[in-house]
Design a protein around this ligand. Structure first.
Ligand code: ATR
Length: 254
């Protein structure tokens, strides 16, 4: 989707994937510098490993201590985290604003952390975090409250507040039949979002649909984290429809 977007914008650029060992990260950055590489994405397991080699970091990436997008600057490399913003933009595209909403996050891993910070930044009225391992939910709540002390954050709540936006940030659902919650956990929700994009419809989404709750999958978040990265690297508005089309075509092959 990035190469298609570069082509559409008339930029002489391509997006390539490299498999890198942790020990090779410093050498990689030197090589990227020599090759005049404008920027890159970082994924598991290097989202934290890359931090010591960056000269600058955005506020959300600093809170999360995790980076997925890097751009070359005159003084070095600057890191960003675009997953949370990507999530917010995918909701906005569907006419959903998170401002003054109650949001329940299922999960407390890297994806949940990124989304929690962006939700706090975009003015949710409360945040609840529920996780299979309750201590990780407590840790996420403490992280959010350290940076947003006025935001009410509830851990492992028994019942969601009616009208809540519920977001599955766990990997439960990538395998057919897996579901991270039971019906009672989502009853009364305004919207259920599953950040999983493969399969495009998870058991959780099917459960919500039967309960007449609107649903969204994770394709929008995947698209918009890339849209954000494109805009960081190029300083131009991303050709969103070109990227969406290319992404959908790629996903059809998974
Ligand atoms: P990511 O970076 O994608 O968020 P992660 O940091 O490994 O990945 O987090 C995975 C999340 O999915 C965690 O919240 C994990 O719960 P635990 O903290 O209890 O491990 C959750 N998860 C994974 N498999 C799950 C399952 N089968 N049921 C419920 N939660 C699950």
């Amino acid at each position: 989707m990035q190469t298609q977007a570069f082509r559409h914008a008339g930029l002489n650029a391509v997006y390539l994937a490299f498999r890198i060992e942790k020990k090779d990260l410093p050498g990689l950055l030197e090589a990227f510098d020599l090759l005049n590489i404008r920027g890159f994405n970082v994924t598991v397991p290097h989202k934290e490993n890359i931090l010591p080699f960056l000269t600058e970091i955005s506020k959300p990436a600093d809170i999360l201590q995790s980076v997925n997008t890097v751009i070359r600057t005159p003084s070095g490399w600057k890191g960003y985290s675009t997953d949370g913003e990507g999530f917010i933009r995918s909701l906005n595209e569907n006419g959903v604003s998170v401002k003054d909403k109650n949001v329940l996050l299922i999960g407390a891993g890297g994806a949940a952390r990124a989304i929690a910070v962006s939700l706090a930044e975009h003015g949710v009225s409360s945040l609840s975090v529920k996780n299979r391992t309750p201590e990780r939910a407590d840790r996420l709540a403490k992280l959010v409250n350290a940076f947003y002390p006025d935001l009410p954050v509830d851990c492992n709540p028994e019942n969601p507040i009616p009208g809540t936006i519920i977001v599955n940030c766990t990997s439960a659902g990538m395998t057919e039949g897996e579901c991270p919650v039971v019906e009672d956990d989502i009853s009364g929700a305004q919207l259920v979002v599953d950040i999983i994009y493969n399969p495009p419809e998870t058991s959780l989404m099917k459960m919500a649909e039967i309960m007449k709750i609107p649903v969204m999958n994770g394709i929008g978040m995947l698209l918009y984290q890339g849209v954000e990265a494109f805009e960081i690297w190029t300083g131009k508005a991303a050709p969103i429809e070109v990227m969406r089309k290319s992404l959908k075509k790629s996903l059809a092959f998974i």
